[in-house]
Write a protein that binds this ligand. Structure first.
Ligand SMILES: Cc1cc2nc3c(=O)[nH]c(=O)nc-3n(C[C@H](O)[C@H](O)[C@H](O)COP(=O)(O)O)c2cc1C
Length: 167
């Protein structure tokens, strides 16, 4: 898929077919995250990937809107050091997440973010060491639903979000 079309058409997918993902596609998704830029090239992440059904079901409980992980073919936890409110950590996480989701969409694989609300539960499920945490989980899989328009009726019009030269 052409890059702009990938960006323009990507939608969050929350219901997945039981079909497993090919290993090479999983590898490309994770490589897309690895190639992300990050502040000072610190690459503050580990991508903890799981295809284990029990782990995915458990991860589906760590956020109030994380249920989509239960049916995913692949879950990826973006594991980082604890968040620094002054720093760029979440921006870096967002970039890696976006690159993985777009790489997946470009080859017909859907995905969705899940925000972690219960961090200790997520840390326990994934066996994270004391100096690591996770705020962003991603589910991946072939879609079991047609892409839905995003909530609140799609994106704002171009002329509302773009201004030229001065405010
Ligand atoms: C920072 C962030 C957190 C999100 N957290 C969740 C979440 O916990 N559960 C979920 O189902 N979707 C989550 N989403 C997906 C958004 O709901 C979705 O991107 C938005 O509604 C636009 O829809 P689209 O991705 O289909 O264009 C999150 C997205 C972002 C960027």
């Amino acid at each position: 898929m052409e890059t702009f079309d990938t960006i323009r058409t990507r939608r969050s997918i929350r219901r997945f077919a039981p079909t497993p993902l090919p290993d090479d596609a999983v590898r490309r998704i994770l490589e897309a995250g690895r190639h992300s830029g990050s502040s000072m090239n610190e690459q503050p992440w580990t991508f903890l990937a799981t295809r284990d059904r029990a782990t995915l079901a458990a991860l589906a409980t760590v956020g109030d809107h994380a249920g989509h992980l239960a049916g995913a073919a692949l879950g990826v936890a973006i594991v980082t050091p604890p968040l620094d409110p002054e720093g760029w950590l979440m921006f870096d996480v967002g970039q890696a997440a976006t690159q993985m989701m777009l790489a997946a969409w470009a080859e017909g694989i859907g995905s969705c973010i899940a925000s972690v609300y219960r961090h200790d539960d997520a840390r326990r499920i994934l066996g994270l060491p004391a100096d690591r945490t996770v705020d962003c989980l991603l589910s991946f899989g072939y879609s079991a639903e047609p892409p839905r328009p995003p909530r609140a009726g799609g994106r704002q019009p171009f002329d509302r979000v773009v201004r030229w030269e001065r405010w």
